[in-house]
Design a protein around this ligand. Structure first.
Ligand SMILES: [Zn+2]
Ligand SMILES: [Zn+2]
Length: 326
């Protein structure tokens, strides 16, 4: 099969590699579409040469491993890109990312979606409904991130929500805040294109910087920018007994004045990945129309354009998903 593999210097090269073959309990998926993610940009330099990245994808089941039961070739699926053991207490609770044996798809654990074919466990494949465009299978993952962020921050009907950063995580968090009945959703982003995207996803107010936020004005603050050093500003912005949820990825150290958070009894949480149940909830929301994934799709490219697509993604003002269709 053709695949975009990590070459030296963090670039990708298109290579002919052996087709992966499904083992017991696994499925062979022909990739329909795979999204580019901000975390791919950060992670690619650390990936070994030869890695097939891409963790936001879906496709058509084209083969079953031995003992894989209950699946039909031709089924369109979205892939949850964390293959877990299925036996431990974390798997039983749905928090598969914390399984000690988890293999991350497209991030070094097993081959991802920047290829014509991928092998995943049957437990990590979620059938689409006929109402969902197969290309939108690649958008289930980003909307599951937004749902997990909204749930971790306990965004409920009537809440005033501040979403910091209107990239993909911010936009999908806004969409779920709206779907959950938030009263006011304020999005913060320095880029005008992202602020207008935030409004189309349901933000009622937009701001350019965190300094413009209202002190003690928000029930929930969701950090979706991956920027360190803003916790003091979030503690100022959140109401007493409010929630701060950090979903952006950064490796920069941060410090903050914990006394202010103590006096407000603020809850600070972190959200990463999602659960199988959240994948099913996103698919149900795409099917019912509660969430329309289409506006998240910015551009489609071919496998040979992976490097250019990454250069596009590195543009600060980029908004929306670029999908590769291998
Ligand atoms: Zn991602
Ligand atoms: Zn497990």
């Amino acid at each position: 099969m053709r695949a975009a593999v990590v070459a030296s210097g963090g670039q990708y090269e298109i290579a002919e590699v052996a087709d992966p073959s499904p083992g017991p309990g696994e499925l062979l998926v022909r990739v329909t579409a795979c999204g580019f993610c901000g975390s791919d940009l950060k992670a690619r330099a650390a990936m070994p040469v030869g890695t097939i990245m891409g963790h936001e994808f879906g496709g058509e089941v084209v083969g079953l491993g031995p003992d894989t039961e209950g699946w039909l070739a031709g089924t369109q699926v979205a892939v949850l890109p964390a293959l877990s053991c299925g036996q431990c207490e974390w798997c039983a609770s749905g928090h598969v990312i914390h399984c000690a044996k988890v293999r991350l798809v497209g991030l070094g654990g097993t081959g991802g979606g920047f290829a014509e074919l991928a092998v995943v466990t049957a437990a990590a494949a979620f059938p689409l409904t006929p109402r969902i465009d197969p290309v939108h299978s690649a958008l289930v993952e980003p909307f599951a991130v937004g749902l997990h962020t909204a749930r971790t921050g306990r965004i409920e009907a009537g809440d005033d929500v501040l979403v910091v950063g209107a990239g993909t995580v911010g936009l999908t968090t806004i969409a779920w805040a709206r779907a959950r009945g938030a009263r006011r959703i304020t999005a913060v982003d320095p880029a005008a294109s992202r602020r207008s995207a935030a409004e189309s996803f349901g933000a009622t107010d937009v701001l350019t910087t965190v300094e413009e936020t209202q002190a003690s004005g928000y029930d929930v603050v969701a950090e979706c920018a991956g920027k360190a050093g803003l916790l003091d500003a979030f503690v100022t912005a959140v109401r007493p007994r409010g929630r701060i949820v950090l979903a952006g990825v950064t490796i920069d150290a941060t410090s903050f004045q914990s006394w202010a958070a103590l006096m407000k009894e603020v809850s600070i949480g972190f959200a990463v990945y999602y659960t199988p149940e959240e994948f099913r909830t996103v698919i149900a929301a795409f099917t019912s129309g509660l969430i329309d994934p289409a506006p998240l799709l910015a551009k489609r490219v071919e496998l040979g354009q992976v490097n250019e697509a990454f250069d596009d993604l590195a543009q600060v003002a980029a908004s929306g998903k670029i999908l590769v269709q291998p």
